[in-house]
Design a protein around this ligand. Structure first.
Ligand SMILES: *[C@@H]1O[C@H](CO)[C@@H](O)[C@H](O)[C@H]1NC(C)=O
Ligand SMILES: *[C@@H]1O[C@H](CO)[C@@H](O)[C@H](O)[C@H]1NC(C)=O
Ligand SMILES: *[C@@H]1O[C@H](CO)[C@@H](O)[C@H](O)[C@H]1NC(C)=O
Length: 273
């Protein structure tokens, strides 16, 4: 019935290879994925609940950019929580397509895993039987920095001022923020299960770390578990999801083609450009 139950044959490494294939659009490009190492029994109520949850996410994504679901079960072990978050500027159609694609990839990458999370350029999807809805989590999942370039100090100051501005809270709820100055653009997004103050806190943390780790780079992306911040100098960041020949980050800054890391009970997979 669902994509999750029909895709059975891949081991993780193969899945990574498949996912590294050129994406059809930038919204669909793979950023990272993570799976719980606990597995459920195929054919169990747990599996039906995963399918129900993921189907609900896909359906809901055609008319809203954020939603959460809980599938209750008599046993708390089998009670599942899930959410999706689309980038704030996506249309309903693009959001729906992005979440459908993310869910389909999760089914492959996290086959029979009790929990999983996947970030594409345009959307984030997560499910687990441990409560994470409404829980702030500033664990760093991934950062990637572009090549170092010679910013002059004015340029650098303007870029940093823009990032600081993105991280400024005025008390209102702004889960999606964009900025641009002097040919450098930036975007920040919280998962909307966070409150305004938690979102603010998450973004401040992400911005501080991004400036530290990618300060002199042409572009930088930093993903915490519940928010991310990115900046890029015009023309510096390839948006085709298919490699730009000069990016050098992959989560551990190591230049290898993929990497794995533990975090928040999930084992993360990365694919670098
Ligand atoms: C989640 O599900 C897995 C697989 O069924 C189980 O081993 C684990 O104990 C569950 N975790 C929680 C927090 O209920
Ligand atoms: C989850 O969804 C419900 C119903 O749509 C909503 O009332 C609630 O605020 C959401 N919870 C979180 C943590 O986002
Ligand atoms: C880089 O990769 C090598 C070999 O794959 C590994 O031994 C090393 O720990 C990695 N470095 C970092 C910073 O992850």
């Amino acid at each position: 019935m669902s994509k999750v139950s029909t895709v059975k044959a891949f081991i993780s490494l193969l899945a990574i290879t498949v996912l590294a294939a050129p994406a059809t659009s930038s919204t669909d490009s793979f950023v990272f994925g993570g799976c719980s190492q606990l597995k459920f029994t195929p054919g169990s109520p747990y599996e039906s609940n995963v399918n129900l949850l993921l189907t609900s996410l896909v359906n809901s994504a055609t008319f809203t950019t954020y939603s959460n679901f809980t599938v209750k079960s008599p046993t708390s072990q089998d009670t599942l929580y899930g959410l999706f978050q689309c980038r704030g500027d996506l249309s309903n159609g693009d959001c729906g397509r992005c979440v459908a694609r993310a869910v389909s990839q999760l089914g492959t990458l996290c086959l029979d895993s009790s929990g999983g999370a996947l970030q594409l350029e345009g959307c984030f999807v997560k499910y687990d039987n441990a409560t994470f809805l409404g829980v702030e989590d500033k664990t760093e999942v991934l950062h990637k920095c572009g090549p170092l370039i010679g910013y002059d100090s004015d340029e650098m100051n303007r870029r940093d001022a823009m990032l600081d501005y993105l991280g400024t809270g005025d008390g209102s709820y702004k889960p999606f923020r964009v900025g641009g100055v002097g040919g450098v653009s930036s975007v920040a997004q919280c998962v909307q299960d966070l409150s305004a103050s938690e979102c603010q806190d998450c973004l401040s943390e992400a911005i501080g770390r991004l400036k530290t780790v990618c300060g002199a780079a042409a572009w930088g992306d930093l993903y915490l578990a519940k928010c991310y911040v990115r900046f890029s100098k015009a023309g510096a960041y390839s948006q085709d999801g298919n490699g730009n020949g000069n990016g050098n980050g992959n989560g551990n800054g190591n230049g290898s083609n993929s990497a794995t890391r533990q975090g928040g009970g999930l084992r993360f997979f990365f694919v670098s450009d």
